[in-house]
Design a protein around this ligand. Structure first.
Ligand code: HEM
Ligand SMILES: *[C@@H]1O[C@H](CO)[C@@H](O)[C@H](O)[C@H]1NC(C)=O
Length: 492
């Protein structure tokens, strides 16, 4: 490089001592020289980045890539095999897209926190179905604004007053389970849906609940269907239901405006604040988006908790004792009002560790998607612009180097806080889960009443696992729940 640049600089130097008269005639050649120098340096730089190798890995067949291998069996086996063969950064090709998968805490942090290099990416059909202006798909200023509005409604200060409301929802759900054989996941979806509705709309919009539920179920049925928008298809029905959902939300918004009830401290109130100036469409897309983000995630974590507690009687016993302790102390306090408080939920350390360990072992979101917005160099590899990048949460959560005996369910491992970026059930960085406090709260509240009031037995056939889109116990974990007798409650 030196041998190339120094003659150029030497050639330029004499120009400096020339007279001003000859200066103007020299200006053009000088400019050309300087420009070509920059062009040369630019090209050299580019050639360097092109010379970087792609990460190791195989791309499979053209177009279909390795989609078949990924979806033909347990996706976790696919990721684990790849990681063993190629290390923590490898390339692959799924669903028609070349991609780089990363499974080390450092690489996952890099991808999740460099929002300027990696943007969220979803199939267009999913974007249309949830709503193109919803928070997940955004970057930059609009994303920051939405995130502030969502966080403001779901931070601890905002939700600590809603514990009793959530408790009501939990009690109603559990009452309906007594003596029945239930599909645990389906029931918990209803629970998580109802909690989401209360935290979005407050208590007074319950009159719309059934309509909202109907539309949402139709939307859900079409979510994983072929995106063919012709009358009769599931996709078409889902898009119709989506329109109806948006109309219901718009109705609620306008009736609030009419009653000048625009300062409610629920999520809708946050979206409706006048100075934010969100359109009805923007509000609807984000309301539907939050229901979407809140329901199946929380319900599948809760389903796994019920499963792991059933499989580990001594842990169930310890959790029940912790919850009985709280129930008794409330009885003994002599207070009329026995409903749970925010403070109560902070006295559940063991139950909280059960939730953490469940999120680690089950890792219901095995990975997430980003897309490189430019050529990115990482650890000496090139991640080309336009490629998908997948941080593999499940592989990190099941790494032997990070968690000893990683497949074992052992809540006590969380007595010591995990190292940064080794445990990311809620992601990290710009798009990390703004609902994580609400999710933990509603799980604790349900578990309080479930463990103190109910018993359930495994039927022997619930050891299977089903995949896609969420990892779940087979058939949603069918179980028979029954109320404990008063004597049983006291015996704990
Ligand atoms: C246990 C239950 C839950 C889990 C495991 C979970 C997990 C996650 C994860 C991993 C992300 C980040 C995805 C990414 O980076 O690509 C995320 C985003 C999000 N979650 Fe959750 N979530 C849960 C419950 C909830 C609840 C209850 C709400 C709402 C109240 C919620 C609202 C959201 C929203 C709005 C985003 C998108 C944030 C953004 O793009 O800026 N989630 N969630
Ligand atoms: C997210 O990343 C930051 C910065 O690296 C780190 O301090 C924090 O612990 C991470 N969060 C999680 C949940 O790992």
């Amino acid at each position: 490089m030196n041998s190339t640049t120094s003659p150029i600089i030497n050639a330029l130097l004499p120009a400096a001592i020339l007279t001003t008269a000859s200066m103007s005639t020299l200006l053009l050649p000088m400019l050309i020289l300087i420009l070509s120098l920059f062009l040369f340096l630019f090209l050299a730089g580019r050639r360097k980045s092109r010379k970087l190798p792609l990460p190791p890995g195989s791309m499979g067949w053209p177009y279909v890539g390795e989609t078949f291998q990924l979806y033909s069996n347990n996706p976790n086996t696919f990721f684990a095999l790849k990681q063993n063969r190629y290390g923590p950064i490898f390339k692959s090709h799924i669903l028609g897209c070349p991609c780089v998968m990363v499974s080390s805490p450092e690489a996952a942090r890099f991808v999740l926190t460099r929002a300027n290099l990696f943007k969220p990416t979803f199939p267009k059909s999913k974007e249309r179905m949830i709503g193109p202006q919803a928070i997940f798909f955004q970057q930059g200023e609009y994303h920051t604004r939405l995130r502030r509005l969502v966080l403001r409604a779901f931070l601890p200060e905002a939700i600590r007053g809603s514990v009793a409301g959530i408790e009501n929802v939990a009690l109603r759900a559990l009452q309906s389970w007594d003596g029945r054989l239930v599909n645990t996941f389906q029931e918990l979806k209803t629970y998580a849906f109802n909690v989401a509705i209360v935290s979005i709309f407050g208590k007074d919009e319950i009159s719309y609940l059934e309509d909202l539920k109907q539309c949402y179920y139709t939307l859900e049925k079409g979510y994983n269907s072929m995106p063919i928008n012709l009358p009769g298809t599931l996709f078409y029905k889902a898009m119709k239901a989506r329109q109806q959902l948006a109309q219901i939300v718009a109705q609620i918004v306008s009736s609030r405006r009419m009653q000048r009830k625009t300062e409610a401290n629920d999520l809708l109130g946050s979206f409706m604040e006048a100075k934010e100036d969100l359109s009805d469409d923007q509000i609807a897309d984000n309301v539907i988006g939050v229901i979407f983000a809140a329901r199946d995630t929380t319900a599948s974590v809760l389903t796994w908790i019920v499963k792991y507690l059933g499989d580990n009687p001594s842990i169930l016993q310890a959790v029940t004792e912790e919850q009985e302790e709280i129930r008794k102390s409330k009885e003994e306090s002599g207070d009329e009002d026995r409903s749970l408080t925010w403070i109560d939920t902070k006295r559940m350390p063991l139950t909280s560790r059960v939730i953490q360990e469940t999120m680690r072992v089950a890792s219901i979101l095995s990975f997430t998607f980003r897309e490189a917005v430019e050529d990115v160099e990482y650890e000496g590899y090139l991640i080309p612009k336009g490629w998908k990048v997948l941080p593999l949460f499940r592989n990190i959560h099941h790494s032997q180097e990070i968690f000893t005996d990683p497949d074992k369910f052992d809540p006590s491992r969380f007595e010591v806080a995990p190292k940064p970026n080794t445990f990311m059930p809620f992601g990290n960085g710009t798009h990390s889960c703004p609902g994580n406090e609400l999710a933990k709260l509603e799980m604790l509240v349900l578990l309080h009443h479930l463990t103190t009031k109910y018993r359930w037995s495994m039927m022997g056939s619930e050891s299977g696992i089903q995949f896609g889109p969420f990892v779940l116990p087979l058939n949603g974990l069918p179980l028979r729940f029954s109320l404990k007798s008063r004597a049983e409650e006291q015996a704990v």
